[in-house]
Design a binder for this molecule. Structure first.
Ligand code: TXA
Ligand code: MG
Length: 351
């Protein structure tokens, strides 16, 4: 069924009630979280979950994150060892996803269906902090499976309008909770044998996770082909669905570490737009740099939190300008900078 997407103010009780009703009936709702907007459904209803994959046009079934209202709720869905419990205590509600063994019901069947975990024995769980997400979780009483509310491979949405634009025709309702304060997705951690593997860099920096777990080994896994820090291990794709190329604008995006060493490519094929190159950088946007017709700063003061919050919206805005290409300069590999660089590298190619 094709329908226009209604955007309702998520701060109103009537919008929250309507969202809860829609979700209880097996429908889909776009919901704000502190990271990005999610495309939510009842996680325990396989038909509803299937319609999320259909709306996202995912070519295969990747595991979805299940959102719970609090730790007590999450424990009904997954099994928490001491390490997982310590992390939940420290970072929930917040932008952290814990991948833990699925909890089983009395009949021995897992609480969370296979379709949600893509057949894996473990489930990714998160308690979001955003008040609108919390209100809907509580009003519905449901566990909500919610991938980012964009089509497969596209840029994650950080406003309600991004969701409505991106999923037009496949979604009836989005709750507006303003612009996402974090702007990059949750940090995904796998807890196994007392150790912690970072499956996806995200809104909680690795340094904070290490600080919270003195004496526990924290390793960062990344796909073999993705560049990164020398202290990261490589291997098979650590988290299913973490394809190298992701979060991509339609305009070619290149990234460089050193802006001064880069020059725009000479050739632009026939039929290509000739609007020149756009620069995405941190700090001074360099208005006088002749190599660029447009320049955007993710944060004038070089603040990495602000930069993360602006990243996806900036990529989207520039993507709409018909540029020859977007050139992004990587940011310092520390704190949230690692997640920002991870998203830039997945969105583009080395310049
Ligand atoms: O911030 C976020 O995490 C957002 C908001 C909406 O919560 N959600 C999000 O979901 O980014 P999505 O579907 O775009 O990314 C989920 C990723 C998967 O691609 C996979 O890498 C990892 O989380 N994941 C989820 N469940 C997993 C599992 N059981 N095992 C391993 N990785 C899992
Ligand atoms: Mg996503």
């Amino acid at each position: 069924m094709k329908h226009a997407t209604a955007i309702l103010d998520g701060k109103t009780a009537s919008a929250v009630t309507r969202a809860a009703e829609e979700l209880s009936a097996g429908g889909l709702v776009g919901l704000p979280t502190e990271t990005v907007y999610g495309l939510a459904c009842d996680a325990l209803n396989p038909q509803a979950v299937a319609s999320v994959f259909a709306a996202k046009r995912r070519p295969s079934f990747d595991p979805l994150i299940v959102h719970a209202r609090d730790l007590a709720h999450a424990i009904t869905l997954g099994a928490f060892d001491d390490t997982a419990a310590a992390l939940a205590d420290r970072f929930w509600p917040g932008p952290m996803t814990l991948v833990v063994p699925r909890q089983c019901r009395h009949d021995g069947e897992p609480t969370v269906p296979d379709l949600v975990t893509a057949g894996l024995a473990r489930v990714g769980l998160r308690v979001p902090a955003h008040p609108v997400a919390q209100a809907v979780l509580r009003a519905s009483g449901l566990a909500l499976a919610a991938p980012s509310a964009n089509r497969f491979g596209a840029i994650s949405p950080t406003t309600a309008q991004h969701v409505a634009d991106g999923l037009a025709g496949d979604l009836g309702l989005v709750l507006d909770g303003g612009r996402c304060s974090r702007g990059v997705e949750s940090t995904v951690l796998s807890i196994q044998d007392g150790g912690v593997a970072v499956l996806r860099l995200g809104a909680i920096p690795v340094e904070q996770i290490e600080q919270a777990l003195p004496g526990v080994a924290v390793t960062v896994r990344r796909p073999t082909s993705a560049p990164g820090r020398s202290d990261e291990t490589t291997g098979p794709l650590p988290a299913p669905g973490m394809t190298d190329r992701h979060y991509a604008p339609n305009t070619p995006l290149l990234w460089v570490d050193d802006l001064d060493a880069w020059n725009p490519p000479e050739t632009t094929g026939p039929g290509r737009p000739r609007n020149g190159w756009a620069l995405i950088t941190l700090g001074e946007p360099r208005p006088d740099d002749a190599r660029f017709t447009v320049a955007r700063s993710l944060s004038l003061t070089g603040d990495l939190n602000e930069a993360a919050a602006n990243l996806f919206a900036c990529m989207r805005e520039l993507d709409g300008l018909g540029m020859d290409g977007l050139l992004a300069v990587t940011v310092p590999e520390q704190g949230l900078g690692r997640a920002i660089n991870d998203r830039l590298r997945r969105a583009g190619n080395r310049g």
